[in-house]
Every structure is written in C-alpha cells, then in structure tokens.
Design a protein around this ligand. Structure first.
Ligand code: NAD
Ligand code: MG
Length: 384
C-alpha cells in the first residue's frame, strides 16, 4: 500500500485522481486531502477516504469543517500555513492539483521532503521555474508530469536521451474559439469560454485553453521539465485531442502518445509509474475518430503563446509576472469585469510595465514577485 496526499482534492484533477483511487482502494492509503473553500465537498471526500488530515485553505471555514467531520477522528486544519504543513508531512505520492500560484508553496513543501510529486499545477512550475527544478534536484525529489501533454512527452522520452531530441511538439485542441472569427472572439462570454469542446476541466484552465494561454503556460512547463532548449519546443493545433504530444529524434523518428481526452489516463500513468494500472477507459477507436487534423497556431488571433515564449526566453521574473497577470485577468473576465481579448492584452501590458524585477533565487522571491504582479494587475483593472 502506498500513501497519497492530494492537494486540491475537490477540483477536476482531484476528482479524477480520487476516482482512480476509489477503484484501487487496496493500493492506496489517502493521508491528506485539501480544498480551497468547499467544506462540503472536502468533508464528503474525507468521510469516504478517511485521510489523516483535511485542510481547507480558507481560515474562516475551520469551524464548519470541524463540525462536518465531527466524530470521524480526522484532523481538521485551515489556512495557508496548515496547507504547507500538511504538504510537508510527506507521502509516497503527492498529487499537486491546486489551481494557480496558490499551489506553489505547498508543492515546494512537498518537494523539500524529497518525495514523488505528480504535478498538475502548472502555474507553480511556470512561476518558480529554476527555483523549483533546483529544489527537486537538491532534494532528490521526482516530478511526474500529469498535464496530458507533458505526460505524453515523458512517456515518449522513456529509454531515450534528451541530447538526441530534435524537437518536442505540444498539441493544442485550439479551445472553443479555434474556428471563430475575430469578431466572435472579441464578443466571447465566460459561458462560451469555459465550454471546452474536448476536455471537462476547472473554469480557470478552460479559459486558458480558450485564449491559448494554457498552451503558453505548457510551453514554459515543458521548458523546465524537458531541458532541450526553447528553440526545440513547438506547438501545433490538433482539434481531436487524440495525439497528446510528440517527440522527434535526430534520426527522423517521431514518437507520439495517443489516448482518450480523459485526465484519468495521464493521472493513472503517474500513479502507477514506472508500471501501468487499469483505468475505466475503453480502447482508442481510431476508425471511429476517422481523421487526425493538424494546423499551425494563429498567434495574431491568439497572442498568448507568443507572450509565453517571449517571457520564457526572457526568463527570470517574467514567467511569474505573465502567470500572475493571467490569473488576475482570467478572474476579471470570469466575473464580467473585462472582455475576452483584454486577458492577453493585460498580460502583454504587465510584461511591458516598467523595469523587470531581478530574477528570483528563492521561493520567497517568487512569492513576492507574484504578489507584486497581482497588485499591479489589480490596479491596471481599475483603469480600464
Ligand atoms: P479546479 O478549479 O477544478 O480545482 C482546483 C482545486 O484547487 C480545488 O480543489 C480548489 O479547492 C483548490 N484551490 C483553488 N484555489 C485555491 C487556493 N487559493 N488555495 C488552496 N486551494 C485552492 O482546477 P483543475 O481543473 O482541477 O486544475 C488544477 C490544476 O491542474 C491547474 O493548475 C490546471 O492547470 C491543471 N490541469 C488541469 C487539467 C484538467 O483537466 N482539469 C488538465 C491539465 C492540467
Ligand atoms: Mg494540458
């Protein structure tokens, strides 16, 4: 039996992970479950999976959580420090499934324990970059990518050398607006943006998919996970989301990983690594899929991937600023405060707003850059 800590248990990735655990109760002992504010959802999961501790990030909800878990013997805690402490307890596998830079400190706490981390929380790696990869190396931790593209690349790299990679291509569904006109994109509503054609995901990543910032964040994520150099990383739009990414080698061979658009497949790959486990997914029926299409991304209509590539090339604080600006802009879009195309425009404005802070060397540096960028992005919102 292996122990598993799930940070962000009430979200989409959390639910997919727990679905796999539920089907393999003999293989896993759940030790930690966390949520942001959904006490009801967290308490239901805690009652089902009986972790040692349940943590709600919102401190005001502690009493509610205690009441919901009264008599269960499960420890209850609340607040950012409690979240970090729970992550630092260590487990055989920590699933990092919090959304946004809010998940960074808990992931770093888990890395400091030197364990294995199944990473879905791409914003944490984008913001911290070398600060995180250096901690992983220093502590002898293992990062297993859960993001479907990175999990695909990870699988395609097995048994090969990074030095023999000619290119890595991230596939992108193109999101709900991949076939829309500029006018339609400018008028896009939150409801349209979160209605992803292929994947069922949380609201923030769904908007990121619609702007293509998700692929931009994934480019930076790939840059850190697979150090082949930015010039070897490509993006291609593939509307069917069957090919999850590809690795091309120096001899002209390209390896791809294919599968259904269901996060339980890459999550299962991380849970069972280096072995395999059953999932409820049926076999891939390529005859039913019929065709696989590919096309170059349109960076005039969707500038986010270009902004991310520029931020990655700049390095230092730029990716953390890009991420923070995007988080604030997406929240503002979802609450109806700004229009859809303003999201990427705000990210561009933030990257060009004054001198770039010095490159972060520690977690605290990254958190300070993130906090300052959020404050400045918030001010920018007041002036639009
Ligand atoms: P979600 O919104 O469905 O769930 C997010 C989880 O994080 C919830 O448990 C929520 O309670 C918790 N959370 C949110 N804000 C928090 C905060 N401030 N402090 C502590 N906890 C907080 O998100 P999701 O779609 O499951 O995505 C999670 C992460 O995985 C994201 O980084 C996303 O980019 C990545 N990811 C998701 C998918 C997917 O299919 N959903 C695919 C690839 C990568
Ligand atoms: Mg992805």
């Amino acid at each position: 039996m292996r122990s598993i800590a799930i940070l962000g248990a009430t979200g989409s990735v959390g639910a997919s992970t727990l679905d796999l655990v539920r089907r393999n109760r003999d293989a896993w002992r759940v030790t930690v479950l966390t949520a942001n504010e959904s006490v009801e959802g967290l308490a239901a999961l805690a009652r089902e999976f009986a972790p040692d501790i349940a943590v709600v990030a919102d401190e005001a909800r502690l009493a509610e959580l205690r009441a919901a878990l009264a008599g269960s013997g499960i420890e209850c805690a609340a607040g950012a420090d409690a979240l970090n402490e729970a992550a630092a307890r260590g487990a055989d596998l920590t699933v990092a499934a919090i959304v946004g830079c809010a998940g960074l400190a808990p992931v770093m706490a888990a890395i400091e324990r030197g364990g294995t981390i199944a990473l879905a929380n791409k914003e944490a790696l984008v913001s911290a970059g070398e600060v995180m990869t250096a901690a992983v190396a220093r502590r002898g931790a293992t990062l297993l990518p859960v993001d479907s593209e990175h999990n695909a690349i990870f699988q395609c790299l097995q048994g090969n050398r990074l030095s023999e990679v000619r290119s890595i291509t991230l596939t992108a569904s193109g999101g709900p607006f991949r076939d829309s006109s500029r006018e339609e994109i400018e008028a896009a509503t939150p409801a349209q943006a979160v209605a992803h054609p292929n994947w069922d995901m949380g609201a923030k990543i769904s908007v990121d998919s619609a702007t293509m910032m998700n692929k931009g964040l994934e480019l930076i994520e790939a840059f850190h996970l697979f150090p082949v150099g930015l010039d070897k990383l490509r993006i291609i739009v593939h509307p069917q989301s069957v090919v999850h990414s590809m690795v091309e080698y120096r001899d002209g061979s390209t390896l791809a990983q294919l599968g259904p658009s269901d996060m339980r497949v890459p999550i299962a790959s991380a849970l069972a690594w280096p072995r395999r486990m059953d999932t409820p997914m049926g076999s891939l029926d390529l005859a039913a899929v019929g065709r696989l299409d590919f096309r170059a991304p349109d960076e005039d209509l969707f500038p986010a991937t270009r902004l991310a590539r520029e931020a990655c090339a700049h390095g230092g604080a730029a990716p953390a600023i890009l991420n923070a600006a995007n988080e604030i802009a997406v929240a503002a879009f979802l609450s109806g405060q700004i229009g859809f195309t303003r999201i990427a425009a705000m990210v561009a404005d933030m990257l060009n707003d004054g001198p770039m802070p010095t490159a972060p060397g520690t977690l605290d540096d990254v958190l300070a850059i993130d906090a300052d960028a959020r404050r400045r992005a918030g001010e920018m919102l007041q002036t639009v």
